[in-house]
Design a binder for this molecule. Sequence first.
Ligand code: SF4
Length: 463
Amino acid sequence: MENTQSSTFCILPWIHLSTRPNGHMRVCCTANASSVGATNDKVYGGEVGILKNDDGKPANFNHTDLQVAWNNNYMKQVRLDMLNDKIPASCTKCFKEEAAGHKSKRQWETAFWSKQVDVNKLIEDTEADGSVPPMLQYIDLRMGTKCNLKCVMCSPHDSSLWVSDWHELYPEIENPSLKETMQWPNAGKNDGASYNWHLNNPEFWTQLYTQIPNMKQLYFAGGEPTIIEHHYKLLEKCIEMGYAKNIQLRYNSNGIELPQRLYDLWEHFGSVRFHFSIDSIFEMNDYIRFPSKWETIEENLHILDKTSKHIEVTIACAVQMLNMYYIPDFIKWKINQNFKKINIWPLGAGLINYHFVYHPGHLNVKVFPQYFKDKIEAKYNDFYQWLEDNVADQGNGLYSRSDFINAEYGIKRLKGMVQFMQSEDWSVRMPEFLEYIEKLDKIRQTTFVRIFPDMAELKEFRL
Ligand code: SF4
């Protein structure tokens, strides 16, 4: 097939596959956020972005063959749409973000991988029906839900620690839309799924190991990879097979447990990109990333700041209702730390990195009522000036004032986030947000209005 230079092309369906912790396969880690909107009426039906087998059931590593799923009708159609200027239903999220002026995952992933992979060849090798040779170069592995935190925006779908809170919370929920959002049907075991899929299916490992010679990146995220034994076993296997030096490891981790074994294994790999998930500062982060302790986060950040050169460390902030207003304060804190390597220029323009929370919908930043969105926008406008006055001239030869002001991931990124927040009105979900926070506070003995005083006025919101 010729390179059509299609306007909807994304490289990921040609090189990558992503997993859910229950073994479901998906086009990429954010594709299934495409169905989240102002209400739960999913335009494209539930679980968009999850690969479906021909019987309409999700492809799952607990029982589906990796190589068959890679070229099943769902994946083939995604590729064909992308070569023909069509937006696959699984990918509407990226295009909505782009329309709101935000750089999407499609854009940054395609730019990153196009430097390492021959895109024309990938397209040439695509058959007329959308199938491609089975050569996986980048995989996102989520091996179950074992986690040591239960973040506010998470759920038992991704964190084992959430299970007991869910059992207390779910029966108490009154709002029907919130109740639907917070479902956990059959404790995650529907359609043959299992949080132990990686233990149940030896064939998966046989097939994955045949892909290791092609592999350029192994990406680990939730549960918490640093406490999941199979993550370590896979690293050891790559070393044993002699391919570790060709592989980049990438993590989204809460950074709570960083044992010496991890650093020892990392030494064998080509490079490591460690995205430390931190969403705010001090008690606000402890509330969001419950029950973490800020002292541990700070301590581990400073340990990571002293690691060897082939380990890149960034702060990955999941932007949502509870932290959007406070992100300028978070950035000021980060600047004051004077880290040697964490998000130093040009990473996130020397500030921090961000991605949006889509699920659960009631924590998406589009939910704020208009007057509060305007209050946030005014705070950000003052902050851009502060950055220009206090940071733009501090490049010490690394960057110029104009480099800083025009950096894609600096002020422009923050402006894109505000534009994204303002792009749609989801305030119909405010009652869900308030009920969720109030009921979670009761279970966790936390106090939203004390920890986020500038947001206390939201409690008075009425539709
Ligand atoms: S277009 Fe976006 S959602 Fe679709 S595969 Fe690419 S990065 Fe994922």
